[in-house]
Design a binder for this molecule. Structure first.
Ligand code: ADP
Ligand code: MG
Length: 618
């Protein structure tokens, strides 16, 4: 799930930008509380507003019989409105019914189980989180119409760094429903760092502190040689500005001696509390219906929440195996970092000023827009900040005997350039056919054939004398180009890999992406097979050891090991890698003490043997 960023001046993006017309590419921050859409305009990212000049779209979707309304936070007046108004849907994206219990108790919605997935029962029928998110995306897309009639080429959408595959896939599905091509999903903290364009060459450790409405995220990023890597993430999915609001509500209720106000009063109170809180960021005191609240008092109320975030920061730094002093930059993200006390506390913790010159509400969307512009090929000259993940399958060439020689191993971060040397097979050979393949297998026939090309004009030399340096390069879009140079003469030949059947770059990209997609299955099969082999050898080893040293085990321990063996034997035949891996681990663990005792026994035997030897020497 790690996304990376690289700065690679020589590595120009493929010639997508040849046509002068720029492609319309946007960055989208699909947030829990608010969502934003941004676009590059005159080389600067700009967040788009709606007709009323609002930049932030509340991530709230309201369903009617025959209509959907997005963004309206207008206070609902009865429970029916509440049931049909869905907020914070991001919390449910890509989740199963099993992990929504915490959500259920708080939600005013009628959440049901739809074949293992949570869904909302509304007047418009049952809608799932992906559909609700798609409505938010569609609404954001409408904002584009204000600035251009052009078709949208694609979008970069941000997700929390901790989002797993399921949550990321759900986000992609929502985009698809909204008819938006996802150029890439990138991590929110990485987007924020991109927006700040932090020094590209220096090695840096960056902490991104994101305090939003209902969630707190801390991410520790490492930037080295142009690559961004997420070292650690932490946070609390139920901590944010909402808690600050609640403090103020409690304060007012206490001051006005109210016990349990009804839902409507509470709703109004909530709006007032939030307003008061936001005012306190710029004023030292506010008046709420005749009750004064000083910033000082407010700071005290929220201190426990701020302290909790600091604790989580310490933990994340520790998880990254770093110290607080190692952090070079601190970026403030999220509306709640506007609270002066929050910024102060964070700066005190890291003993450094925090970056907040870019609007903390907009910074993530802006970073996404910068990235989208690059991925759309609009930014040919400034090709730095390419964000990518990894090569999903190894890339290599065919060598003698139909064997594959891997040049770029799978899971290598891209963009990447790698070089390897080859030689000629026959005397006086002046040309060489290079067959580019993809896959993990040893035989070319088991790999995917990507392209063939001929390298001509090799100087005629005896076999094995020519030294041909082959360079593989995969750019940020996953496109491969190969170049070759004959080293003894310095004669070089640069070849862009084109599939033999004349696809253009665009089609090739599609083909490559498609092969990557199917390749996931191959990898899964391979991994499963490896686990099965591992299971088999572990079972063998354990059974042999038990047969040999049974006396080292208590009856209970023997039972336990027997149980784990039996479980593993069953799973070994099945097709579930995760369970198999778990069973292997379990068996391994249950035999740990046993293994130690066996080692001790062996050691004693060996020592005894050695002393006999020594005696003999005498
Ligand atoms: P999310 O990323 O979860 O969608 P945001 O980053 O948009 O959330 O943050 C929303 C939170 O920021 C809300 O609790 C809101 O009240 C708070 N907020 C916005 N502006 C201010 C401000 N000026 N002072 C204090 N809190 C603010
Ligand atoms: Mg946010």
């Amino acid at each position: 799930m790690t996304l990376l960023q690289i700065s690679e001046p020589e590595n120009k993006p493929m010639s997508k930008s040849d046509n002068a017309a720029k492609r319309l590419a946007v960055g989208i921050d699909l947030g829990t509380t608010h969502s934003l859409i941004a676009l590059m305009q005159d080389d600067a990212p700009k967040v788009l507003a709606d007709e009323q000049q609002n930049l932030l779209l509340p991530s709230v979707v309201r369903y009617y019989d025959n209509d959907v309304e997005v963004g309206k936070t207008a206070a609902y007046t009865d429970s029916e409105d509440a049931i049909n108004t869905i907020s914070s849907v991001k919390r449910l994206m890509g989740r199963g019914s099993a992990d929504i219990n915490a959500f259920l108790s708080k939600s005013p919605n009628d959440i049901i189980d739809q074949s293992g997935m949570p869904a909302f029962n509304t007047v418009a029928g049952v809608v799932n989180p992906v559909q609700v998110s798609a409505e938010i995306l569609k609404k954001l897309k409408q904002r584009l119409r204000q600035v251009t009639q052009e078709d949208l080429y694609g979008a970069v959408i941000t997700v929390p760094a901790y989002f797993d595959d399921g949550q990321r896939q759900a986000t992609k599905d929502a985009a698809k429903l909204a008819d938006i091509d996802v150029l890439r999903l990138i991590n929110e903290p990485t987007a924020a760092a991109l927006a700040y364009g932090l020094d590209k060459n220096e090695e840096r450790i960056i902490a991104v502190y994101d305090l939003g409405g209902g969630t707190f995220d801390i991410s520790i990023l490492h930037r080295h040689q142009g690559i961004f890597k997420v070292l650690a993430t932490g946070g609390d999915t139920a901590l944010g500005g909402d808690d600050f609001d609640q403090c103020i509500i409690d304060y007012i209720l206490q001051k006005t001696d109210q016990q349990k106000p009804n839902a409507l009063v509470l709703r109004q109170l909530l709006d007032k509390a939030r307003q008061a809180k936001e005012q306190l960021s710029d004023h030292t005191g506010v008046d709420i219906d005749g009750i004064t609240l000083q910033r000082q008092q407010f700071n005290q109320m929220i201190a426990p929440f701020i302290n909790k975030t600091l604790q989580l920061c310490r933990q994340a730094v520790k998880d990254a195996e770093l110290n607080l002093q190692d952090i070079d930059d601190i970026i403030m993200v999220g509306g709640s970092t506007r609270v002066p006390q929050v910024k102060q506390a964070v700066e005190a913790l890291f003993a450094k000023p925090a970056l907040q010159t870019i609007d903390p509400d907009q910074v993530v969307a802006m970073g996404a827009a910068i990235q989208a512009d690059i991925l759309a090929g609009n930014n040919a000259s400034g090709s730095e900040n390419l964000l990518l993940d990894v090569v999903p399958l190894s890339l290599g060439i065919e060598t003698m005997g139909g064997l594959t020689e891997r040049i770029i191993e799978r899971n290598t971060t891209i963009p990447i350039i790698k070089t390897q040397e080859f030689t000629t097979f026959k005397d006086q050979q002046t040309a060489m056919m290079i067959h580019v393949v993809q896959g993990e297998r040893e035989l070319v026939q088991d790999c995917r054939s990507l392209a063939h090309f001929e390298l001509k004009d090799i100087p005629p030399l005896p076999a094995g004398m020519a030294r041909i340096q082959v360079t593989f390069q995969v750019d940020a879009d996953g496109l491969l180009s190969v170049s070759a140079m004959e080293k003894t003469t310095g004669k070089s030949s640069h070849i862009e890999v084109k599939p033999s059947y004349g696809l253009d770059a665009q089609q090739m990209e599609t083909m490559l992406k498609a092969s990557y997609r199917h390749a996931a299955q191959d990898i899964a099969t391979r991994e499963l097979r490896e686990l099965q082999i591992q299971a088999e050898s572990l079972l063998d080893a354990v059974q042999q050891a038990v047969a040999k040293d049974k006396d080292l085990l208590t009856a209970e321990e023997a039972d336990e090991i027997e149980k784990h063996c039996a479980a593993l034997q069953v799973l070994q035949l099945g097709g579930r890698a995760v369970e198999l891996a778990r069973a292997i681990k379990a068996l391994d663990k249950s035999t740990q003490a046993f293994a130690e005792r066996r080692v001790n026994r062996e050691l004693k035997r060996a020592l005894r043997g050695q002393s006999i030897m020594e005696n003999r020497d005498d």
